[in-house]
Ligand binder design. Structure first.
Ligand code: ATP
Length: 367
């Protein structure tokens, strides 16, 4: 679809205050043209406010918003080449699906839109549904109509505010794949707001994790998951075991860490900080369990403890292991093997490859 090309989106030092409260705090980011960008964060962190400023529904207190080369900071919403899809589909109940999709074009006086409507319905996999009313469609189908209705206007940036929030889990997962397919096909810039980390990671080329009005970290899903930048990101994107420790020195290319009386090491390339108080992080699926008879592979780092809980979760079993010093570690063991599950109260050694750990700054006093 040549007429729909994305635009770079730039936010430069954007702040939004409501009275004394700062909802978005000096935010700067670049979304490359044609990419799928997700703003991810907990409720109240400023995602929707950011989206509303891009749409022109909210004016920044300070800072600039650029679409391509154009500064749109003070431009009225309807003058921006931007459309928004909301969680509430907001379809017109009295219009059929084709007329809902055609609405934006007709309002601008465009004639002969039937072909374009057909193309859009084909794009969202709803061919043949044009004559139905919204009430005769499922939630997922209505959401796709809302998408077609936005895309027919050829926006250069499409904003999506929790668009899948009202769908059940299975449909949501299907729609995530669909949305990604559609974005790749139309090639316009998508900015997607969600609090669901799996959703952001499934769809986006780039994810920005927001916390209290600021970007905590921005990167590709793989980078951010594999090597998070802060403890907040490590916990927000999936689960992490974080051991409070202190750097004790270097040995060649490795950083040495003492945590709860045990010595550990990891490659310096996996350390975001190489002295002082640190979190030694390991993802639950990167940890393995060994019992009395098993040998811990050479070079692995380890901690011993007692299994306090085991839960079967289909593809894996989740174990909680309590070391002598306190907080439980979470370990995911794939269920592909033939070995019997380990019993609660068993003594085990939790072990991991040093290069699967990461080291993050730990504010003094946090444990
Ligand atoms: P959610 O996922 O719950 O929608 P969010 O991350 O999108 O949350 P925002 O809606 O951007 O969060 O709100 C950020 C903060 O700004 C919240 O604390 C909210 O109460 C506050 N806020 C938003 N709009 C206004 C407003 N018009 N007046 C005062 N405070 C506001």
């Amino acid at each position: 679809m040549a007429e729909q090309s994305g635009a770079d989106l730039n936010l430069v030092g954007v702040t939004k205050s409501f009275g004394a409260f700062t909802a978005v705090d000096d935010l700067s980011l670049t979304v490359p043209a044609g990419s799928f960008f997700a703003l991810l964060g907990a409720s109240g962190c400023g995602k929707t406010t950011t989206l509303r400023m891009i749409a022109g529904l909210e004016e920044p207190t300070t800072g600039r918003i650029l679409l391509g080369d154009e500064d749109v900071t003070r431009l009225r919403p309807y003058k921006r080449p931007v459309n928004t899809v909301f969680q509430s589909y907001a379809l017109f109940p009295h219009l059929n699906i084709a007329d809902n999709v055609a609405f934006g074009l007709r309002r601008r006086g465009v004639k002969g839109v039937a072909d374009q409507v057909e193309r859009m319905l084909h794009l969202v996999d709803l061919e043949g549904f044009g004559k139905r009313r919204p009430a005769q469609l499922s939630g997922g189908q209505q959401q796709r109509v809302a998408l077609a209705r936005a895309l027919i206007n050829h926006p250069r940036v499409l904003l999506l505010d929790e668009p899948l929030g009202a769908l059940d889990l299975k449909l949501r997962r299907q729609m995530q794949v669909e949305l990604k397919r559609i974005q790749t096909e139309v090639g316009i810039t998508f900015v997607h707001v969600t609090h669901d980390q799996e959703e952001a990671m499934t769809m986006a080329d780039t994810v920005a994790v927001m916390n209290a009005g600021r970007i905590e970290q921005l990167g590709s899903p793989v980078e951010m998951y594999d090597f998070p930048g802060t403890a907040f990101v490590a916990n927000f994107l999936g689960q992490s075991n974080l051991l409070a420790g202190t750097v004790t020195g270097r040995s060649g290319d490795d950083v040495l860490v003492e945590a709860h009386g045990a010595r550990h090491s990891l490659p310096a390339s996996r350390a975001r900080i190489a002295d002082g108080s640190v979190w030694l992080g390991v993802r639950p699926e990167k940890m393995h369990l060994a019992t009395g008879l098993d040998k811990v592979p050479a070079g692995h780092q380890s901690v011993t403890g007692i299994i306090t809980d085991s839960s079967y979760v289909g593809v894996s079993t989740q174990y909680l292991v309590k070391p002598a010093w306190g907080d439980e570690l979470t370990v995911f063991v794939p269920n592909s093997g033939v070995s019997a599950p380990l019993a609660v109260a068993s003594e085990v050694t939790v072990h991991w490859r040093p290069e699967h750990a990461f080291l993050l700054p730990r504010p003094e006093g946090q444990t």
